[in-house]
Design a protein around this ligand. Structure first.
Ligand SMILES: *[C@@H]1O[C@H](CO)[C@@H](O)[C@H](O)[C@H]1NC(C)=O
Ligand SMILES: *[C@@H]1O[C@H](CO)[C@@H](O)[C@H](O)[C@H]1NC(C)=O
Ligand SMILES: *[C@@H]1O[C@H](CO)[C@@H](O)[C@H](O)[C@H]1NC(C)=O
Ligand SMILES: *[C@@H]1O[C@H](CO)[C@@H](O)[C@H](O)[C@H]1NC(C)=O
Ligand SMILES: *[C@@H]1O[C@H](CO)[C@@H](O)[C@H](O)[C@H]1NC(C)=O
Ligand SMILES: *[C@@H]1O[C@H](CO)[C@@H](O)[C@H](O)[C@H]1NC(C)=O
Length: 355
C-alpha cells in the first residue's frame, strides 16, 4: 500500500505538477486551524475535501513530510507522521497525525490538495509544569489575614493561574500572579490574600490550553474561633464591677449607718439603765442597805444588765464625768428619787444624767 520514500525533491516536483493542474473544485477545509498540544503527545489535523481528488501532501516545518493518495496509498518521510481516512473508506476526510511532538516542533502545518488549493494550520507544542502551594496546612484565628503562595515551574507558555476555595473560584482581585522565563519555559508565583472566615480547602490551579484538566495543589485552612475581645471584656467587667462595687459600698454605708444608729440607741438604753442602777446605788448610799431587796426593780433590769456588772465596778462612769462628782450628783438625784419613788421619777432622773 505505502509507496516507498525515494527522494524529497521528486515528491515536491509531483506536488508542483499536481498543483499546476488545478483539478480540484469544491470545499476544502483544514481543522483545527490552531492546535495546542502537549509535548510528547500527538497532533492531529483533518482535511475535508468535497468532490473527487487524487492526491494531497502535508508539509511540516517547511518540509513535505507525507503524501496521501485517494486510493489510500501513503508516502511518509518519517514514522512520526501518519495519515488515514477519518472514517472507513470515506475519501472526503483525511486525518494527518504528528506523533510525539516536541517543543521545537511548533509551527505551521500545510496541506495541499491536487488542484492547487492549500490550507495552513498552526501547531503549538505546550509544556505541563508543576504547581505547588508553599507550606503545609494552615491554622489561623477567625478574621485573621492569610496569605498563600503558589509556585508553578517549567510551563510553556505562561500558565493561567487561578485559585479556588472549597472548589469555588476566588475573585481575581484577591490574588496577584507574576511570571518569569526560566530558559525556554516559565515559572510563576501567585500570592493569594484574604481574611480567614471558615475552614477552607484552598487550591491553586495552573493550566495551559493543551491541558483538559488543570494541574493543582491544595492545602487545608483550619480556622479557629476568635477569642473574646479582651478590651471589650475588660470594659464590661470594669463597668459591671464598678457598679457592683458602688452598690456594695452604698449598701455597706447604709448598713454601717444603721448599725451605728442601733448602737447609739442601745447605748442610750444602756446608759439609762446604768444610770438607773447608779441611782439605785445612790439610793443605797443614801438610804442604807437593801436595794436588791427591791425585787420589782431588779427583775425589771435582770434581762439586760447583769447585777454583778454594777456591783463589781461600783458606779458606771459616763464619759466626761468625774467619779467624785457622781456621788454628789447622785445624792442630789437620790434625793429627788426619794421624793418620787415611781416610774416618773426614773424618767426625770435620766433626763438629768444625759446633761
Ligand atoms: C518522543 O520524542 C522524544 C524526543 O523528542 C524521545 O526521546 C522519546 O523517546 C519519544 N517517545 C516516543 C514514545 O516515541
Ligand atoms: C470581585 O471583587 C471586586 C472588588 O472587590 C468586585 O467589584 C467584583 O464584583 C467581584 N467579582 C465577582 C465575580 O465577585
Ligand atoms: C496585587 O498587586 C497590586 C499592585 O502591585 C496591589 O495593589 C494589590 O494589593 C496586590 N493584591 C494582592 C492580593 O496581593
Ligand atoms: C524556576 O523554577 C525552578 C524549579 O522550582 C527553579 O529551579 C528555577 O530556579 C526557577 N527559575 C526562575 C527564573 O525563577
Ligand atoms: C474547623 O475545623 C476544626 C477541626 O478540623 C474545628 O475544630 C473548628 O471549629 C472548625 N472551624 C470552623 C470555623 O468551623
Ligand atoms: C491537610 O489537611 C487535610 C484535611 O484535613 C489532610 O487530609 C492532610 O493530610 C493535611 N496535610 C498535611 C500536610 O498536614
Amino acid at each position: 500500500m505505502t509507496v516507498s520514500w525515494r527522494s524529497r525533491p521528486k515528491l515536491f516536483r509531483i506536488c508542483l505538477l499536481l498543483c499546476a493542474t488545478g483539478a480540484v473544485s469544491g470545499l476544502f477545509q483544514l481543522q483545527p486551524l490552531k492546535s495546542n498540544v502537549l509535548q510528547g503527545s500527538d497532533a492531529r489535523f483533518n482535511a475535508t475535501v468535497q468532490g473527487n481528488w487524487q492526491f494531497m501532501t502535508w508539509t511540516f516545518q517547511e518540509i513535505l513530510v507525507l503524501s496521501f493518495f485517494s486510493n489510500g496509498d501513503i508516502t511518509s518521510s518519517k514514522e512520526q507522521f501518519s495519515a488515514r481516512f477519518c472514517s472507513g473508506g470515506d475519501t472526503s476526510c483525511v486525518e494527518f497525525s504528528i506523533h510525539n511532538v516536541s517543543r521545537n516542533e511548533s509551527g505551521p502545518v500545510i496541506c495541499i490538495v491536487l488542484g492547487g488549493r492549500s490550507e495552513t494550520a498552526q501547531l503549538e507544542v505546550q509544556e505541563r509544569g508543576t504547581v505547588n502551594i508553599k507550606g503545609e496546612n494552615v491554622t489561623v484565628i477567625q478574621g485573621q489575614q492569610v496569605e498563600f503562595l503558589c509556585v508553578t515551574s517549567a510551563w510553556y507558555p505562561t500558565p493561567t493561574v487561578s485559585w479556588t476555595w472549597n472548589g469555588q473560584a476566588v475573585n481575581s482581585s484577591l490574588y496577584n500572579t507574576s511570571s518569569m522565563a526560566d530558559g525556554d519555559t516559565f515559572n510563576s508565583t501567585s500570592v493569594l490574600k484574604f481574611q480567614a472566615e471558615s475552614n477552607t480547602t484552598v487550591e491553586c490551579r495552573a493550566t495551559v490550553q493543551a491541558l483538559t484538566n488543570p494541574e493543582s495543589s491544595s492545602v487545608f485552612l483550619v480556622v479557629v474561633p476568635k477569642p473574646p475581645d479582651w478590651t471589650v471584656l475588660i470594659a464590661v467587667v470594669l463597668s459591671f464591677g464598678g457598679s457592683a462595687l458602688l452598690a456594695l459600698l452604698i449598701i455597706g454605708i447604709i448598713f454601717c449607718y444603721k448599725r451605728r444608729k442601733e448602737k447609739q440607741t442601745n447605748y442610750q438604753d444602756e446608759m439609762s439603765k446604768r444610770v438607773r442602777t447608779q441611782s439605785q446605788l445612790s439610793v443605797v448610799n443614801a438610804a442604807g442597805q437593801g436595794v436588791y431587796e427591791n425585787t420589782g426593780y431588779v427583775s425589771e433590769d435582770q434581762t439586760s444588765v447583769a447585777p454583778s456588772e454594777h456591783t463589781d465596778s461600783g458606779f458606771w462612769q459616763p464619759i466626761g464625768s468625774n467619779v467624785n462628782e457622781v456621788p454628789v450628783y447622785s445624792i442630789h438625784v437620790a434625793n429627788d428619787y426619794d421624793n418620787t419613788v415611781d416610774q416618773s421619777g426614773f424618767r426625770k432622773h435620766r433626763h438629768v444624767t444625759i446633761v
